[in-house]
Design a binder for this molecule. Structure first.
Ligand code: ARG
Length: 567
């Protein structure tokens, strides 16, 4: 942001322009402690070059430092701490926010280049797991965030709709299935059949042969097998679409694994031509010994292709169709090896974009310390979780604000937002501890807390019915220490987004917006801003509140969460 750039430029001038201003700017950090100013510059890196101690360098630089917008400089050890001039900073930040609105914080670093995001990707005929939930919300937020910095995002739902499990499912359906039951609750019913198949196959292993046969028929295009598969796929996708709709998430492509059935032979040819395919126990593999990885299985003994083969075909397809600058895969930690192998095989094929594939892993969803599992019939259905959350939100609204208009709609936004925020506030690699009670609290780091701060700020603006003839303020001479944390935080929005992109981590934005709301709530509680205020003070303070609503709302939007104006 502008202020950092100005400071970097001044520092570089004092350093006789020996460095790149951008490099200097990158070194400027947020002090760990609020008492240490608003921005800090560590001088340790220059000690060798100048043959001086970092503390001496900091003292010399700090002593000579003069820059508009910085009202005080303080040197502590090897650090120069800057205290920004709040009225000047406020004018810069808020002129941007009031003129750009929701576009505030946008950048063009992406230059319109494409980023494909492989997200959600549940498996047909199985419940939408908590892992798929995490992939969906993290992937969707990342898509919004990369768009904010100027990339074009392409959300791809790589549906798991192919593989030997469909042989099992067809076998099970033909033996024990009931059409009506599958029609009424497809996922539950199909999953039951699948679980039942496994139980029975333990008693009677010949069932497995039957299943293999059905899958073979399916791969060969047998009409009956194909019809059942299509039906399972359709009813499952319909069930998933209800969840997506509730979460307000849409996709650019639903090309799943089956889509690549006719695209794998080209990949296998390429591997052959490059002399990379080797036989191993009748199967075809690409050896990855030099990379220190186990071989990547391309074709099974019976000729069946695999998950990895389909992912190779998908990678090519995506590059050819979207010419991505980055291709992200938002998939749990447990598939790290698979994505390492994928990239390694592509590197062996010498594709120049092999390094642009990025696996974005995330931790597990835990309940009572254990993984929330969808296996063994112990199913936690996501739609039930969401419905329950909405119900709790409904009860809270009924209690707090019974006369609210469109209560059901608001409850939906709060209930769903709570589930999403609970997931996104955690650094993605960490495990999330699932607790409906925690996620719906109105205090602490929760979705409802942030949404409530936003609604409260909107209500202040509504009540103040600011005379828009005067417009938003453009000067902020009445601002001082009370406003400092809020202004500094608004100023940090752009950097926060850059960090979120750099680390592919939406939790940066979630933590940021919690902090913004904390500062806002503190301000609201401590500054009696509309009583005992003259017109000028009122206008400036209301402009600050307005700017805060814009940035809270935009932060939530990036996370895929709505911000109701009343709740
Ligand atoms: N369907 C897979 C699963 O549930 C995830 C697919 C991830 N995407 C991919 N291109 N492999 O485990």
């Amino acid at each position: 942001m502008k202020m950092k750039r100005d400071i970097a430029q001044t520092l570089n001038e004092l350093l006789s322009n020996k460095f790149s201003t951008i490099e200097i700017e990158k070194m400027i950090e947020k002090p760990k402690h609020v008492d240490h100013g608003d921005l800090a510059f560590p001088c340790f890196r220059f000690a060798r070059e100048f043959k001086q101690s970092p503390a001496d360098i900091a003292r010399d630089l700090g002593g000579a430092f003069v820059c508009e917008g910085v009202h005080k400089v303080n040197v502590v050890g090897g650090y120069i701490n800057f205290y920004l001039d709040i009225p000047i900073l406020a004018a810069k930040v808020m002129s941007d926010i009031t003129t750009q609105g929701s576009h505030f914080g946008e950048k063009q670093v992406g230059q319109g280049k494409a980023v494909t995001i492989d997200l959600s990707s549940p498996n047909i005929a199985k419940p939408f797991s908590m892992g798929h939930l995490r992939s969906t919300v993290i992937g969707n937020a990342l898509a919004n965030i990369v768009e904010k910095v100027g990339y074009k995002s392409i959300r791809i739902n790589h549906i798991g709709d192919w593989g030997t499990q469909f042989g099992k499912l067809i076998t099970a359906y033909k033996k024990w299935g009931d059409e009506e039951k599958v029609k009424t609750s497809p996922i539950v019913e199909l999953h039951k059949l699948y679980v039942h198949f496994h139980e029975q196959a333990e008693l009677d292993p010949s069932l497995n042969d039957e299943a293999r046969l059905w899958f073979k028929r399916l791969e060969e295009g047998d009409a009956e097998a194909a019809k059942l598969w299509e039906w399972f796929r359709e009813v499952s996708l319909h069930a998933f679409s209800l969840v997506y709709e509730l979460m307000g998430i849409s996709f650019d492509s639903f090309n799943g694994e089956a889509f690549y059935n006719d695209k794998m032979s080209a990949v296998i040819d390429m591997l052959e031509r490059a002399n990379l395919l080797e036989e191993s126990d009748g199967a075809m593999v690409v050896r990855l010994d030099e990379e220190g990885l186990p071989p990547c299985l391309i074709k099974k003994r019976d000729g069946a292709t695999l998950y990895a083969t389909r992912d190779l075909a998908a990678a090519y397809y995506r590059y050819e169709n979207y010419s991505f600058a980055k291709s992200l895969y938002v998939v749990g930690n447990e598939q790290s090896l698979h994505f390492k192998q994928l990239a390694a095989v592509l590197k062996k094929l010498d594709v120049p974009w092999a390094n642009d594939l990025v696996h974005i892993p995330f931790g597990m969803m835990l309940k009572d310390g254990k993984k929330m599992s969808t296996r063994k019939g112990k199913v936690v259905l996501l739609e039930e979780v969401l419905a329950q959350s909405v119900k709790i939100a409904q009860a809270a609204i009924e209690e707090k604000n019974p006369t609210l208009a469109k209560k059901d709609l608001v409850a939906k936004k709060v209930g769903v937002g709570a589930v999403l925020f609970h997931d996104l506030k955690v650094f993605r690699q960490n495990d999330v501890h699932f607790s409906l009670e925690d996620m719906l609290r109105f205090e602490g780091e929760t979705g409802p807390y942030v949404q409530y701060a936003h609604a409260r700020a909107c209500s202040i603006l509504r009540k103040a019915k600011m005379d828009m003839q005067h417009g938003w303020s453009t000067t902020y001479e009445t601002f001082g220490e009370e406003e400092r944390p809020l202004i500094i935080q608004l100023h940090a929005f752009e950097d926060t987004i850059s960090e979120a992109v750099k680390e592919w981590d939406p939790s940066k934005v979630a933590k940021y917006v919690v902090e913004l709301c904390q500062h806002f709530n503190h301000y609201y509680a401590h500054v009696n801003f509309l009583q005992n205020a003259n017109e000028q003070e009122k206008q400036q303070r209301l402009t600050l509140i307005y700017s805060t609503t814009i940035v809270i709302k935009e932060s939530l939007r990036l996370l895929g969460i709505d911000a109701p104006e009343e709740m």
